[in-house]
Design a protein around this ligand. Structure first.
Ligand code: ATP
Length: 221
């Protein structure tokens, strides 16, 4: 008799623009890892389609800042795949590619409650439930998702998230952090610094003159 195959560790993807990566992203990713028994979480920066407002930092700079932010966090990694692909970067395409690459490996998509609330605006949103599970992080001010979004994924606890191949949803209740990249960019331009970015990331932003850093500081004040 052969021993049963060991369960495959899930592929956990936390997508976003990360313009720039901030402390809430890192705290949230670590909380997801802890909730799932120390599993590795991949932070995956997305390519912004040409017709949308472009990030303040280039794809390479967003990747560099992510690498600085995850350094020293053993459970966090950066996955550059969506920046390396030609054409629009739809998360659904990434999940389908991963399914082809590793059909037996469960996939978990991580997002903040604000993203979850707008999930039915995502490209092919109804196809996600057959491709991945979801972990949703609390976010101050997030709207309540529509009934159809809530119905797409079955809510479960952390222990049962992987009980089926896909279609389950874990709602985390912590951490609750009132931080956004928009507020970070504004603070950097106005004050030249921001406590919500780590020191290495702040040094990088200064070195590359990103986000109009310090442009709003009044001389002599
Ligand atoms: P912006 O202000 O430019 O929209 P952001 O801070 O929301 O940026 P993104 O890179 O767009 O950062 O976010 C990536 C993912 O991280 C999204 O799923 C978002 O919901 C989540 N996220 C960002 N900040 C928080 C936060 N403070 N709490 C929980 N989730 C967050």
């Amino acid at each position: 008799m052969t021993a049963p195959a060991a369960p495959t560790a899930p592929r956990i993807l936390f997508g976003g623009t990360f313009d720039p990566v901030h402390r809430a992203h890192i705290s949230c990713a670590r909380a997801v890892s802890r909730a799932l028994g120390g599993a590795v979480v991949d932070l995956m920066p997305n390519a912004v389609p040409p017709h949308r407002p472009q990030p303040g930092a280039s794809p390479e700079q967003r990747l560099d800042m992510l690498a600085l932010a995850v350094a020293g966090h053993a459970s966090l990694r950066v996955d550059p795949r969506e920046l390396q692909r030609d054409g629009p970067s739809w998360t659904i395409d990434t999940l389908e590619a991963l399914q082809r690459e590793e059909p037996r490996r469960p996939r978990i998509l991580v997002m903040g409650a604000d993203s979850f609330a707008g999930f039915d605006n995502w490209h092919r949103w109804q196809d996600y439930a057959r491709l991945c599970h979801l972990v949703v992080l609390p976010r101050p001010g997030a709207d309540t998702p529509s009934a159809r979004v809530q119905a797409l994924f079955r809510e479960t606890g952390a222990d049962n998230l992987l009980a089926s191949a896909a279609g389950n949803r874990l709602m985390l209740t912590a951490p609750v952090l009132d931080v956004s990249a928009t507020a970070v960019r504004e603070a950097l331009a106005r004050k030249g610094s921001c406590p919500a970015v780590s020191d290495p990331v702040l040094a990088y932003i200064r070195r590359h003159g990103l986000y109009n850093i310090g442009s709003g500081i009044q001389p002599g004040r």
